[in-house]
Every structure is written in C-alpha cells, then in structure tokens.
Design a binder for this molecule. Structure first.
Ligand code: CP
Length: 324
C-alpha cells in the first residue's frame, strides 16, 4: 500500500505486519543510538491544519529516527491564513520533493483528497481528519494492548482474538473511536462502546461492535478500557449533559477502576480532561497507559513510514534546476 488513510483499509495481515515492525522499531529506541539510516535522503512533511502535541511530535521523532529530513508545516502562521487552498499548499510541498505527507485536517476526507488528487506524488498518511479517522492512533492503541496483555516477544505475529475492549465517552466527535473499532475488530477483539445516547453517531448500529449505556455493567468484563476525550470544541451544548452529570455517569474514577479485572488496563489517547472523563487518581495510576501510548506512537509511526517509504524510489523535485 502507498498511503495510510483509514484503519478500515487494513487487513489483519497488514495490521499485524505494522505491529510486528513496530516491535523491531521499539528495540531501536532502547539502544544508546536511537537512529537507523533507512530513510536517509527522504523528506517527510508534517502538514498540520489542526493543533496537535503527541501526533506531530511523534511523527517528527519517528522520521528523524529513520534519518529522514523533516519539514514541519503548521497552518497557523502560514499562507493558509491568507486563504491559500489545500491544492496550492500541496503543490508547494510537491515542488520541494516530499516523499511523504503526514496530514492532520479539520475536514473529514482531506487526506483522501490529497492522496487521490494527483497534486502530490508521495505517500499520504492520515494524522487525524475531522471526526473521521486517526489510523496511527488506533495502531498505537492496538500495539499497547498487545504489549500489555500478551507481551512484546510473545505478541509477535499475534492478533487480539477474544480480547474485550471498552471505548467510553464522546464517540460522536471521535476519529479515535471509529479507527479503533475498525482496527481492533479486524484484529479479533470484541469492542463495546459506552456513551450517552446523544454522543453516539447516526448509524453506529452498523459498526462492528456492541453499544451500551451502562459503564458499571461493562467494566468487569473489560480487558482494556479506553476513555475518550470529551471534545468540547466540537460540542453542541444542547446534546451534552452537565459536566458533573457526565463525570458521574461516564467518568472513570478510582471506585469504578476497582470494578475492572485486576490485570485490565486504562487507556487514553490524550489530551486528557482530568476531572471530566478521567480523575487524576486514575490518570496517574500504574494501570493507566496514556504515557506508554505516546512512546508506542513513535514506534508505530516509524513502522508506518518504514513500510510506506522503505522500498520506494525517492521523490524527484519536478521544479528543481532544469538545463537551459
Ligand atoms: N492523541 C492525539 O492525537 O493527540 P494530539 O492531538 O496531541 O496529537
């Protein structure tokens, strides 16, 4: 495959290959010199139209650990604020010879548009588009579950057959939830969504998962509980219970965590609203993998860039010096 747009596009074999490659990359991170020469001479552009801490930094770290050159583009402070289009921005990047463009965009479908438009010749990686998908987040989440529940070496070649994963909260606005439902079920896990009815998307009944409104009933049957960020910036106040009511019914606190099986883990993609979907007690407990997920994100993104670019020809710069 040349692009990574959607977790739904990945077969079980694709996903296991990425997870296994990420295990190899994690070993590089444990070495004194954390660099491989694999992508020397290649250029990775981080094209971010929306804010990000974890995804942007970890793609940059991943590309640099593979010895690629990295160009970081943030829409804030660029000519996008003067009205420049996605097309003209893409053509500008293409003129600089981008081998891969990692794009985060507020519009669902923008990475697909970039990959199919012909504006750029390199690979496109979706780093989160609107409320649609965030495939590398789902991959790093699956990697974290596999490492924690099966173990790094024992996990090689394995999927998540029979593992019970509960995803809780603002599913309506969550690209993380959609990508996770696709990827985790492709890997054999049983996924249950728990959310207030007003924070579930139309058509959720066609998703390959169970839906529940009762968090306390689902917790004892969960191997991993993934808390979603309440996306207040995308929220229509009419559809949201009060913050106190939300935390009471759908927030994870110490008492609720105690209802989970002893070895079950708590996950959060970040950034966290402490005191809303998760209490500080849970966020800071050893059962919470939020920081581990960030570290695993570098290994996953190294694996994705390596698999997309490792065997391909470097990009040419179409508008580079031409003979007279
Ligand atoms: N999980 C995630 O996508 O975090 P950022 O928005 O900080 O990249």
């Amino acid at each position: 495959k040349r692009h990574l747009i959607s977790a739904a596009d990945l077969t079980r074999d694709d996903a296991v290959l990425i997870l296994d490659t990420a295990e190899e990359m994690a070993r590089v991170a444990d070495r004194p010199i954390k660099k491989l020469p694999t992508l020397r001479g290649r250029t990775v552009v981080n094209l971010f139209f929306e804010d990000s801490t974890r995804t942007r930094i970890s793609f940059e770290a991943a590309a640099k650990r593979l010895s690629a050159d990295v160009i970081n583009f943030s829409a804030k402070g660029s000519s996008v604020s003067k009205g420049e289009s996605l097309k003209d921005t893409a053509l500008t990047l293409e003129a600089m010879g981008a081998d891969a463009v990692v794009i985060r965009h507020h519009d669902s479908g923008a990475p697909h548009r970039l990959a199919t438009s012909g504006w750029i010749g390199g690979s496109v990686v979706n780093a989160g588009d609107g409320t649609h998908e965030h495939p590398t987040q789902a991959l790093l989440d699956a990697f974290t579950v596999r490492r924690r529940l099966i173990g790094p070496d024992a996990g090689l070649g394995k999927d998540l057959a029979g593992r019970r994963i509960t995803v809780v909260g603002d599913v309506l606005h969550s690209r993380v939830a959609r990508s996770n439902v696709h990827l985790l079920t492709t890997l054999g896990a049983e996924v249950t969504l728990v959310a207030p009815p007003t924070l579930l998307p139309i058509g959720v009944e066609t998703w390959p998962c169970e839906v529940s409104y009762d968090l306390d009933a689902v917790l004892p049957k969960s191997d991993a509980v993934m808390m979603l960020r309440v996306q207040r910036e995308r929220m229509n106040a009419a559809f949201f219970p009060t913050e106190r009511e939300y935390a009471r019914r759908y927030g994870l606190d110490g008492d609720r965590m105690a209802r989970m099986p002893e070895d079950a883990i708590v996950m959060h993609p970040g950034p966290m609203n402490r005191g809303m979907e998760i209490t500080a007690e849970v966020a800071d407990s050893p059962r919470c993998t939020a920081v581990e997920q960030v570290a695993n994100g570098v290994s996953i993104r190294m694996a994705v860039l390596y698999l997309l670019l490792g065997g391909s020809e470097p990009a040419t710069t179409p508008h580079a010096v031409t003979p007279n």
